[in-house]
Design a protein around this ligand. Structure first.
Ligand SMILES: Nc1ncnc2c1ncn2[C@@H]1O[C@H](COP(=O)(O)OP(=O)(O)O)[C@@H](O)[C@H]1O
Ligand SMILES: [Mg+2]
Length: 397
C-alpha cells in the first residue's frame, strides 16, 4: 500500500513494493541501494548537490540542490514515502526538517552521533562498549596534554568529514611541541579526537539490520584490510576465532539497540591478540566491506537495508559462497580505462564499475568479487595484473 501524502511520518505501512524511496546522496552505495529498491518494485528519487553521480542513472528521478535548500528539501519530501541516506555528512538541521515531513531512517539523532567522531566515541564509551583510549582535542594545548597522558603512538582524527583515512595525522608518543603544533595545523580542524594507535592483529566489520519494530538481523562478520587508510580487501567468512565472531555480532546488535537505529548499521572493529575486540567506528548505512554480499549471501546488504526501511521481513543473511572483494581505486586509471577483459567471462569473478566520469587517486571506481575455492589465487592474479598494468602506464624514463 502506498502512504498518502498527508500521513504522519510514523504511519507508513509496511510495503513490499510501489513505494517511492527518497535517497540522500548519489554515490556508489546509493547506486547499489537504488538497484536493490528497484528490484523490489520501488521507485527512487535521488537528491544530491551535483548531477551525474553513480546513483543518478539508477534512480527514477533526481533533484539537484544544496543540502541546505529548504524549498528543495520540502519538495523532495513531498514526492517520496520515506527517506534514507547513503552518507552521513548531511547538515543536522536538514535532517531534522526532513524527519518532520516523512519517516527518515536512520534518524537525525543516529546520524548526529555517527557523523561526529567525538559524539560517536563518547556514545560508545558511555554505553560501555570497548573503544581505544582517546581524548577530545580542540586546541594545540589540549593536544600536548593528551599526548603526554596517552603515552603511546596515536592518531589525531578530525571530528567531522573524515573518510577513507582522510582527516587523520599520525602522532608519535615522543612528538616534540613543534611537531604537535604542525600536526594540529595540518589537520585544519577545530575539533578532533586523539586516539591511541592500536596494535591490532586484524580488522573486521559486522553489518546489522534493524527494523522499525526492533527486529534484528546480522550478517556474518567480514575481515578487512586497508591500504593507506582505504579499504583494500574484504574477506567473508572472516578468519577469526569463534569467540571473536560471536563477540562482534553481539556487540553490533547491542550497539544497534542502544542507538535505536532503523535500517543498517555497520560496526568496524579491531581484533587484538587476546581475541578481545575494540570498536573503531560506526556507519548507519550499507558499507563498502559488505559489497561481497551481492554475490556471497542469500540477501545482499542493500536489499536488507530496503527491507528494513520498508518494514517487510528480513531475508536470510546466510553466506552461501565464500567471497573476497577487492576495491578498484582511481589510481588504476592512470593510462585511461583499464582493460577489464581478463575479469569478464570467469564464473567466479564479478566486476562492478560505478560509472564515475573522472578517476582520481584514492577514488572508489568499482570493485571485484571473487568467489569459490580458488578465490585467494584469483585475488593474487588480479592484483598482479593490475600492478603490472599500472607499472606499464607509468611514464617511460
Ligand atoms: N586507533 C587506531 N589504531 C590503529 N589503526 C587505526 C586506528 N584508527 C584507524 N586506524 C586505521 O586507519 C583506518 C581508517 O580509520 P577510520 O577511523 O576507520 O577512519 P575512516 O573514516 O577514514 O575509515 C582503519 O581502518 C585502520 O586501519
Ligand atoms: Mg573506517
Amino acid at each position: 500500500m502506498r502512504a498518502s501524502k498527508n500521513k504522519q511520518p510514523d504511519n507508513l505501512q509496511p510495503a513490499t513494493c510501489n513505494l517511492t524511496l527518497g535517497l540522500l546522496g548519489s554515490g556508489q552505495l546509493g547506486q547499489m541501494m537504488a538497484m536493490a529498491a528497484k528490484k523490489m518494485g520501488h521507485r527512487v528519487l535521488v537528491y544530491d548537490v551535483l548531477p551525474g553521480g553513480p546513483a543518478a542513472s539508477v534512480g527514477d528521478e533526481m533533484i539537484v540542490a544544496s543540502f541546505e535548500d529548504e524549498k528543495a528539501l520540502r519538495d523532495f519530501a513531498s514526492r517520496v514515502d520515506l527517506i534514507t541516506l547513503e552518507f552521513e555528512n548531511i547538515p543536522a538541521a536538514s535532517l531534522e526538517l526532513l524527519s518532520t515531513l516523512r519517516p527518515l531512517y536512520p534518524s537525525p539523532q543516529v546520524v548526529r552521533i555517527c557523523q561526529d567522531r567525538i559524539f560517536e566515541k563518547e556514545f560508545l564509551q558511555k554505553s560501555g562498549f570497548p573503544v581505544a583510549p582517546f581524548r577530545v582535542i580542540t586546541s594545540v594545548e589540549e593536544l600536548v596534554a593528551a599526548v603526554s597522558e596517552l603515552k603511546s603512538d596515536a592518531i589525531l582524527k578530525t571530528a567531522t568529514l573524515g573518510y577513507d583515512g582522510k582527516g587523520q595525522v599520525s602522532i608519535a608518543a615522543n612528538a616534540s611541541a613543534a611537531e604537535l603544533q604542525q600536526a594540529w595545523a595540518d589537520l585544519r580542524a577545530k575539533r578532533a579526537v586523539l586516539e591511541k594507535r592500536i596494535n591490532f592483529c586484524a580488522e573486521g566489520s559486522v553489518i546489522v539490520a534493524r527494523s522499525t519494530s526492533g527486529e534484528i538481523s546480522s550478517f556474518p562478520p567480514q575481515e578487512n584490510s586497508h591500504v593507506k587508510g582505504i579499504l583494500d580487501v574484504s574477506r567473508a567468512p572472516a578468519r577469526f576465532s569463534k569467540k571473536v565472531l560471536e563477540q562482534a555480532i553481539s556487540l553490533a546488535q547491542k550497539i544497534a539497540e542502544a542507538l535505536d537505529v532503523v535500517g543498517l548499521i555497520t560496526i568496524e572493529f579491531f581484533v587484538l591478540s587476546n581475541d578481545e575486540i575494540i570498536v573503531n567506528e560506526l556507519a548507519p548505512r550499507p558499507h563498502n566491506s559488505g559489497h561481497h554480499t551481492i554475490e556471497s549471501s542469500k540477501t545482499s546488504q542493500f536489499e536488507q537495508s530496503v527491507r528494513a526501511l520498508t518494514g517487510v521481513p528480513f531475508g536470510s543473511t546466510e553466506l552461501v559462497k565464500p567471497a573476497i572483494m577487492l576495491n578498484l581505486l582511481g589510481d588504476l586509471w592512470q593510462a585511461g580505462e583499464p582493460d577489464w577483459k581478463p575479469f569478464l567471462g570467469h564464473p567466479e569473478i564479478s566486476l562492478h564499475l560505478y560509472g564515475k566520469k573522472e578517476a582520481k587517486p584514492g577514488r572508489k571506481m568499482g570493485h571485484i568479487t571473487f568467489t569459490g575455492e580458488h578465490r585467494e589465487e584469483l585475488l593474487q592474479q588480479a592484483k598482479e595484473y593490475l600492478a603490472r598494468m599500472n607499472l606499464l602506464s607509468e611514464p617511460l624514463p
